[in-house]
Design a protein around this ligand. Structure first.
Ligand code: FAD
Length: 494
């Protein structure tokens, strides 16, 4: 069955390590980036293991911050943890949440908790990033030393990283080739999502109070744009599949239209499973991968990009250390220009579409994919600022911050990544604006000072119009900036 995760889910044998302690042994489910009860392979394995199950969640903000995650994401994580707590309560599972500082602290806490409650086996879903892999390795060792087994399931991708390889046995560097091989292998996999676990007999202790969990959240108003929870995510998926997916190919590039699924925040915290997304899309396409609705297949293509970047992260640990995927691009003399960076961050570059995208990000914690590409390419190719600074800013602001997708998107835009845009193909912000925000509706929404301009003027206002609207002059000249960046790349790469 190639690289398919084990979906048959046999009930694991309980090791014969009954402690001296009089407490009956328990099993535990360790939740991380998989804050849901539906279609959760590790939870399913825990609940069919024959023992009572304790749910554990170790909130580790410092670790999130190592990935530059900001307040919006942290708050969203905790709101989803609270929603998970409610779902677990319905399923008869007690939720023990604790706040830790670092990953080593979380490992120590986990070991103590397991000892205290006589947990003999812990179930968890694997994660792909380097720090998380290291944490899991040390948790496995520390738990084993205390007589507890840590058993992993596979959840974050449909096919296991390392299972989709070239004929020479190496990872793919080109998306289209990866996709072809991926589609071939996926047909052997069972894709039906797991249903909710059967009702459990509760452990005799209270779940951590909702108020306590929320007291760890950064002090900022609850995010009005992204209500938390698996149920919301599922409803959003259902409504997207019923109403919009067929038109996805035509609507996905127009930021003023609600034409994409907006499921990324839920996928990023695991309130929704990736398998569920694939499954629902396939179901709507009569279980066909390569025929039927173009809209559905285009959406599936995006989900496969997500897979591609997760596989790359897992198979190239240097990415998690901040390295460029193409080592020769490390010599590009990127600027660390704080002033340019700030203008871009604040949406004050004088390029209306770029500014509209950045203001949408700052206000809502989310940005349309077309604009992520436009703004990332603008920072790297027009302002020639190091892509790592933009990557970190996105991580800090995005509610859907996800290391693999973000790093992949930034390295694509900066022409340093796997299957990246060639350095000489630089988007013109004005042309992008005329193509994808033709009437200027999106710009009007997010750059209201330009709202009086007509749909021709708004893409590149004249000096007099800028002055009258109180809108800045372009921070750099498009042609001069692009000529400079092309020359810099050419110098280093040839
Ligand atoms: P839809 O268009 O409905 O797509 C469905 C799902 O497919 C998305 O939710 C996402 O999980 C996945 N997906 C779509 N496009 C991509 C892509 N290009 N790469 C990887 N996965 C994709 N996505 C994140 O989830 N987190 C990030 O931190 C992130 N940072 C990005 C940074 C840059 C510079 C760029 C260019 C892209 C980034 N993306 C990121 C990818 C993409 O922009 C978002 O996933 C998408 O805009 C989310 O909106 P949606 O859920 O409506 O997507």
């Amino acid at each position: 069955r190639l690289g398919c995760p084990d979906h048959s889910n046999p009930a694991p044998r309980t090791p014969n390590i009954m402690p001296m302690d009089a407490r009956p042994p328990l099993h535990a489910m360790w939740f991380r980036n998989d804050l849901r009860i539906l279609d959760n392979p590790a939870l399913q394995a825990a609940c069919s293991s024959g023992s009572k199950v304790l749910a554990i969640y170790l909130y580790t903000p410092d670790q999130h911050k190592l990935h530059h995650a900001g307040d919006t994401k942290l708050r969203f994580v905790l709101e989803n943890a609270v929603s998970l707590r409610r779902d677990l309560e319905q399923a008869g599972i007690t939720f023990a949440a604790l706040r830790c500082t670092t990953y080593s602290d979380s490992v120590n806490t986990l070991v103590k908790l397991c000892k205290h409650h006589n947990v003999t086996r812990v179930f968890a879903n694997r994660e792909m990033e380097l720090n998380e892999i290291r944490r899991d390795r040390s948790a496995q060792q520390a738990l084993a030393a205390a007589g507890t087994e840590l058993q992993f399931s596979h959840d974050q991708t449909l096919l296991k990283p390392g299972s989709v390889l070239t004929g020479a046995g190496t990872p793919f560097k080109v998306f289209s080739a990866f996709k072809r091989a991926w589609l071939k292998d996926i047909s052997n996999c069972e894709l039906t999502p797991f249903s909710a676990p059967k009702k459990q007999t509760p452990v005799e202790m209270d779940s951590t109070a909702e108020e306590e969990i929320l007291s760890w959240a950064p002090k900022q108003p609850a995010n009005q744009w992204w209500p938390a929870g698996s149920q919301v995510a599922q409803q959003q998926l259902d409504s997207f599949v019923q109403r919009s997916i067929e038109q996805y190919k035509e609507t996905r590039d127009t930021p003023s239209i609600d034409g994409t699924s907006r499921l990324s925040p839920y996928l990023a915290v695991g309130a929704l499973s990736l398998r569920r997304c694939f499954y629902e899309a396939l179901l709507a396409n009569n279980m066909e991968w390569d025929s039927g609705s173009v809209g559905i297949r285009t959406w599936i293509n995006e989900l496969i990009w997500r897979e591609f970047y997760k596989h790359l992260t897992c198979l190239n640990p240097d990415l998690s250390k901040g390295c460029a995927f193409q080592p020769k691009t490390e010599a590009i003399p990127w600027l660390h220009d704080r002033q340019r960076l700030q203008c871009w961050q604040q949406g004050k570059t004088g390029y209306p579409l770029v500014d509209a995208g950045m203001r949408q990000l700052n206000e809502t914690g989310w940005m349309h994919n077309r604009l992520r590409m436009v703004t990332a390419m603008f920072l790297t190719k027009h302002l020639f600022v190091n892509w790592r600074l933009g990557e970190a800013y996105f991580m800090q602001k995005l509610v859907d911050a996800d290391f693999s997708a973000n790093n992949g998107g930034w390295q694509w835009s900066a022409s340093t990544g796997a299957d990246a845009v060639p350095y000489f193909r630089v988007f013109s912000p004005q042309r992008q604006s005329e193509r994808f925000d033709r009437d200027g509706d999106f710009i009007r929404q997010w750059v209201p000072e330009l709202s009086t301009l007509n749909s021709k003027q708004i893409h590149n206002p004249s000096a007099a119009q800028r002055e009258a609207c109180g809108y800045p002059a372009p921070i750099v000249d498009h042609k001069t900036a692009v000529d400079q960046v092309k020359a810099a790349f050419k110098d280093q790469l040839n």
